[in-house]
Design a protein around this ligand. Structure first.
Ligand SMILES: *[C@@H]1O[C@H](CO)[C@@H](O)[C@H](O)[C@H]1NC(C)=O
Ligand SMILES: *[C@@H]1O[C@H](CO)[C@@H](O)[C@H](O)[C@H]1NC(C)=O
Ligand SMILES: *[C@@H]1O[C@H](CO)[C@@H](O)[C@H](O)[C@H]1NC(C)=O
Ligand SMILES: *[C@@H]1O[C@H](CO)[C@@H](O)[C@H](O)[C@H]1NC(C)=O
Ligand SMILES: [Ca+2]
Ligand SMILES: [Ca+2]
Ligand SMILES: [Ca+2]
Ligand SMILES: [Ca+2]
Length: 809
């Protein structure tokens, strides 16, 4: 056969490595020594003598180690062998010039951080942790860097935890556990025929099932401490929630919750007074002031077309909201879409897609954990890994890390869009799949973001009819010039109060100055309520890291019949963020990236391609806030040839504009504090002027609100001073009025009224007075809104664990 020799060669080629592997593999399995072809030999006679002995016994002298020790390699002894070469050894030892010789064995040295896959029997089925096709959460990426959750404490707020489960016991932490339902320290689930209370135990295993114990699989953070709060197996009240959310906040780092209001597609509900305070207290005081981390499942109401933005827990800025993807990268049927979701982990999907492997009630192991409630604990585990990598991360740092390291990967959705800083974001997935390896790597070197800033604008001066479509835009300076100035966004809220005959017919969008369009609410067919929204803080994460300066647009749209009606009575825009832009957002000039047309000799961009504008030696598609497109002389240092030429560049807005639409002096779109924008675009006039000329134009109230809400600390004394002045003036006016009435001089009343109105405006009391002038009834409503801030949902507080729908999953 012509093929004869080839297979023989091939065989050798294949067998060689196989044999070596076999030898190494076997040896490590059997714990047997592996002998090399190297000898250490002690020859006191010097190098010449060593060379002589080497050649005498068939060695090559590989040089001198130290002192009189030499490294010999034998020509014929195989490199790695399971048996020692006794004969050569004996001959060497017998030579009188050799005082000592030893055949070297391979010592098994493990690099400290050397990682080996867990050996647990179900580990191979944990496709979402590690997968050769890379459709996984890259857990091995984090484990390989040595992070397994050690020293981090996670608590599952659910229906209890089987603390003596053999795959949890070793990591169980009684200090991270409590039974709120029965008011005792033991969170053991209540056992029923139908195993109703298995949910918490299943979630716990996803985080911290023990590794390498030959039981079930492993948790993402398999060395983390895990506890459970039993709180869903009984009446859930505001107090039960608050107690659970504020358990041992100096000990517990991460709380994972997979519950919320009814997922029926018609509920609008959120945390009540105490739970709200628990969140706030947690992020402010928890973890020694770094802030408790609340990981939240976005909901299972997909089939009912529910919106997670109508769930005040997941819609909260204090919760890190997690959605699900199926194994194949599809949006699961139970998934809810909304703009407050931050990122995604895997969970169940169709029947042909795999589900989640975890610990189960009665010491069992399951591979059928499902739904959005399987996603949140996986995220909690990954966050535990990041926290181990850097214990100094704040609750907001963690959200930044999630935004920066999550990846759209292969996740399928029709609404992936690039936001203003070029990140892909979707209402079904947020910023995409969590990547444990990437978040840990970034966490290690992360420097804390600056303190949270909050800039507030009251946009509406008077109620607006919604009808079929209402669009409101507002140019903002993001509190420029004050210490509330937000340069780089985190969360954005649109706090709306509106009435509508059928709430479910509304779609609400918020468009940022960078053009990012967030769906605050999509139509919900089951929501026939006529209650509207009462100061509901719709939240979006989609403008993260954008510069908020510029025009924001709110669009309210009726998707059904023309006979619907309603009124928008409040639109407050709340911008949260930092005072310094996150460094990843600056676009550096990259030669060949396509946006730069000409680089000078120092590789600095001096001219951009069409559609881009030169800004600080890089090319941008949009000029940053405070700049507008203009032409600038070409700074030609490339050669000697100089032709007068100019390039399109971003130039600073003319004084006193803060932002502008062009470089013309009357194209301001926002103005510095204490001045007022006349027309949009227009010129900036000093505030005093406008109080006289056009009292109460709606910009005044925006500015007023801003000053009031800004940074209370620094403004408080001024506010108190002004208020005291007003109070004194009012007292005088009152006494004056009384005297006037007594003396029967009622004729003076109209002018007095005008005077007090001016006084109120001057007090920067903001919208109340201005609104009062617009529509009298709003004044009362407004007061109620502000006061009821914490109590708007005091009504019913029955919580549905997502497990209730679980039986259907
Ligand atoms: C932790 O962060 C704070 C700022 O939030 C910083 O001042 C401090 O140096 C950091 N500590 C460590 C150990 O990194
Ligand atoms: C997984 O994490 C490692 C470690 O950070 C990283 O090098 C690798 O690129 C990550 N894999 C993917 C697919 O992102
Ligand atoms: C603001 O709204 C008006 C109509 O309400 C519209 O004509 C205008 O284009 C909007 N401006 C921006 C910048 O969106
Ligand atoms: C032009 O380039 C020189 C150095 O080459 C630099 O110092 C100068 O600031 C540049 N001028 C402008 C307008 O960019
Ligand atoms: Ca108990
Ligand atoms: Ca295990
Ligand atoms: Ca929901
Ligand atoms: Ca949230």
């Amino acid at each position: 056969m012509a093929l004869g020799p080839a297979p023989a060669g091939l065989l050798q080629l294949i067998l060689g490595p196989v044999l070596v592997l076999l030898v190494c593999g076997l040896s490590s399995v059997l714990g047997q020594e592996v002998y090399t072809n190297q000898w250490a030999v002690h020859i006191p006679g010097g190098p010449e003598e060593a060379n002589r002995i080497a050649s005498k016994y068939g060695f090559i002298n590989f040089g001198h180690v130290f002192g009189d020790y030499y490294n010999f390699r034998h020509r014929r002894v195989v490199k790695r062998s399971l048996s020692e070469h006794r004969e050569t050894q004996v001959r060497l030892e017998k030579d009188p010039m050799v005082s000592w010789a030893e055949q070297q064995v391979v010592k098994r040295r493990r690099k400290r951080d050397l990682y080996t896959d867990p050996t647990d029997p179900k580990f191979v089925d944990q496709w979402y942790l590690h997968n050769s096709n890379r459709r996984d959460l890259n857990a091995t990426g984090a484990w390989q860097q040595g992070y397994t959750g050690r020293g981090v404490v996670v608590s599952i707020l659910d229906d209890g935890i089987e603390k003596n489960h053999p795959d949890l016991m070793q990591n169980y932490d009684p200090d991270a556990s409590y039974d709120v339902n029965d008011a005792d320290p033991d969170p053991q689930p209540r056992y029923t025929q139908l195993n109703d209370n298995r949910h918490g135990t299943r979630c716990a295993g996803e985080v911290a099932a023990v590794a390498n114990n030959e039981i079930c699989g492993v948790g993402v953070a398999y060395n983390a401490k895990i506890g459970g709060v039993r709180m869903l197996d009984g009446e859930v009240t505001d107090m039960v929630e608050a107690q659970s959310l504020s358990l041992n906040p100096q000990h517990i780092d991460i709380y994972s919750a997979s519950w919320g209001p009814e997922d029926d597609g018609k509920t609008v509900d959120g945390p009540a007074k105490m739970a709200k305070e628990a969140f706030l207290h947690g992020v402010k005081e928890g973890r020694g002031g770094l802030g408790s981390i609340f990981v939240w499942a976005s909901g299972n109401g997909g089939r009912e077309k529910d919106s997670c933005n109508c769930d005040g827990y997941t819609n909260s800025i204090y919760t890190l909201s997690i959605s699900s993807s199926t194994q194949n990268g599809n949006v699961p049927w139970y998934s809810e879409a909304c703009s407050s979701t931050l990122a995604t982990t895997y969970s169940s999907g169709n029947l042909n897609e795999k589900q989640i492997v975890t610990t189960d009630l009665k010491s069992k192991c399951t591979d059928t954990h499902t739904g959005t409630s399987a996603s949140a604990p996986l995220a909690a585990g990954i966050i535990a890994l990041a926290l181990e990598a850097n214990k100094n991360l704040t609750w907001r740092d963690m959200q930044h890390l999630v935004v920066q390291t999550s990846q759209p990967a292969h996740l399928l959705a029709s609404d992936w869009r690039s936001n203003g800083v070029g990140r892909k974001v979707s209402h079904s997935y947020g910023y995409g799949l969590l990547n444990a390896g990437a978040i840990v790597a970034m966490a290690k070197t992360w420097t804390n973001v600056g303190p949270q800033r909050k800039c507030v604008f009251t946009v509406l001066a008077e109620p607006r009819n919604i009808g079929g479509h209402l669009s409101i835009n507002k140019s903002v300076d993001a509190c420029f010039g004050s210490d509330a100035h937000v340069k780089s966004l985190e969360h954005v809220q649109a706090r709306l109060t509106l009435s509508y005959n059928r709430r479910g017919n509304l779609a609400i969008h918020l468009i940022s100055p960078a053009g990012t369009r967030s769906t605050l609410l999509h139509p919900r067919p089951h929501d026939y309520s006529s209650e509207g929204f009462n100061d509901w803080a719709f939240m979006t994460t989609h403008s993260w890291d954008e510069d908020p300066t510029g025009v924001w647009t709110l669009e309210i749209e009726n998707v059904a019949g023309a006979s619907d009606y309603g009124t928008l009575t409040q639109f407050i825009l709340v911008l949260y963020g930092t005072g310094s832009p996150s460094d990843t957002t600056t676009e550096k000039p990259q030669p060949g990236s396509g946006s730069c047309k000409t680089l000078d000799l120092r590789q600095i961009c001096i001219e951009c391609n069409a559609g881009y504008y030169l800004h600080k030696q890089s090319c941008v598609k949009r000029c940053p806030a405070g700049h507008a497109v203009g032409s600038q002389p070409l700074n030609y240092t490339v050669g000697n040839f100089v032709e007068p030429a100019s390039v399109q560049a971003c130039l600073p807005c003319p004084q006193p504009c803060v932002t502008c639409s062009s470089l013309s002096p009357d194209a301001c779109t926002s103005c510095p504090p204490h001045s007022y924008l006349e027309n949009n675009p227009g010129t900036c006039l000093h505030l005093n002027q406008i109080l006289r000329e056009t009292p109460g134009s709606f910009m005044v109230d925006g500015q007023g609100e801003r000053h009031l809400e800004m940074e209370m600390g620094s403004r408080l004394p001024i506010t108190i001073a002004v208020l005291s002045c007003v109070a004194i003036i009012a007292t005088f006016a009152g006494v004056f009025l009384l005297l006037q009435i007594r003396s029967g001089a009622l004729l003076k009343l109209p002018s007095l009224e005008a005077g007090s109105r001016l006084g109120a405006n001057f007090s920067l009391g903001g919208n109340r007075v201005v609104s009062y002038r617009g529509i009298p009834t709003v004044w009362g409503d407004d007061g109620v809104n502000t006061d009821s801030d914490n109590e708007e949902f005091d009504v019913q507080n029955e919580r549905t664990a997502f497990i209730k729908t679980q039986s259907a999953l």
